[in-house]
Design a protein. Structure first.
Length: 207
């Protein structure tokens, strides 16, 4: 893993930056797919962990969460409105042929959520922001002191900064409002669920 901001590490993924996992202080943010569990656990060897936060209940963000929480004996925290999806492994995407295909894949191992996060909660020096749309309980983490934002999938940064694909977003209009809210924060550094970290003003230019 590498340092991307003070007290924030990005774990090494394969391919790089495609599906991101971060270590923020002693809190693991997202876990990748179920098949990433060994790679993630290996990188966390020797690291102190107190909790695991999931930005939203999609299988490429909490796929390895059950294995990691069980192996490391840490609690799972997630946005209040995504708790049920994580605890059941339910797939939260709009009805479409893609959703049909996804729903036939094995769901990520479900895991009990120990703490439902709400707007304004503090996690490892970051503030929880409720930014629904992509999923109902999607959260972002914001550190105003140095304007670092972990935005989850509110934005994608694959090539350029965009909205997430509509076919993976339960309520695109609501996500658009969450995008506006995060842009208005004027972050200096944005850390994405998908894509490389981006320095200001990337999120202000694009829509
Ligand atoms: Zn997602």
């Amino acid at each position: 893993m590498r340092v991307v901001a003070p007290d924030v590490h990005q774990l090494t993924g394969f391919p790089p930056n495609q599906i991101n996992v971060y270590l923020v202080g002693d809190v693991l943010v997202d876990s990748g797919t179920a098949s990433a569990r060994r790679r993630v656990l290996r990188q966390l060897e020797g690291a102190t962990l107190s909790a695991h936060v999931v930005t939203h209940a999609h299988p490429d963000h909490f796929g390895a969460s059950h294995a990691i929480c069980t192996t490391r004996g840490i609690p799972l925290w997630a946005g209040a409105h995504d708790v049920t999806a994580i605890e059941t492994g339910a797939m939260q995407v709009p009805a479409s042929p893609v959703a049909g295909a996804l729903s036939r894949m094995p769901p990520p191992p479900a895991h009990p959520v120990d703490r439902a996060l709400r707007e304004g909660d503090e996690v490892a020096g970051f503030t929880v922001l409720e930014v629904p749309g992509h999923t109902p309980g999607h959260i972002a983490l914001w550190r105003e002191a140095d304007r670092v934002l972990l935005c989850g999938d509110v934005f994608f940064h694959l090539g350029r900064v965009t909205k997430p694909p509509d076919f993976l977003t339960l309520d695109p209009e609501r996500n658009r409002r969450s995008m506006q809210r995060l842009r208005a924060l004027r972050p200096d550094l944005v850390l994405f669920g998908h894509g490389a970290p981006a320095r200001r003003p990337v999120t202000h230019r694009h829509r």
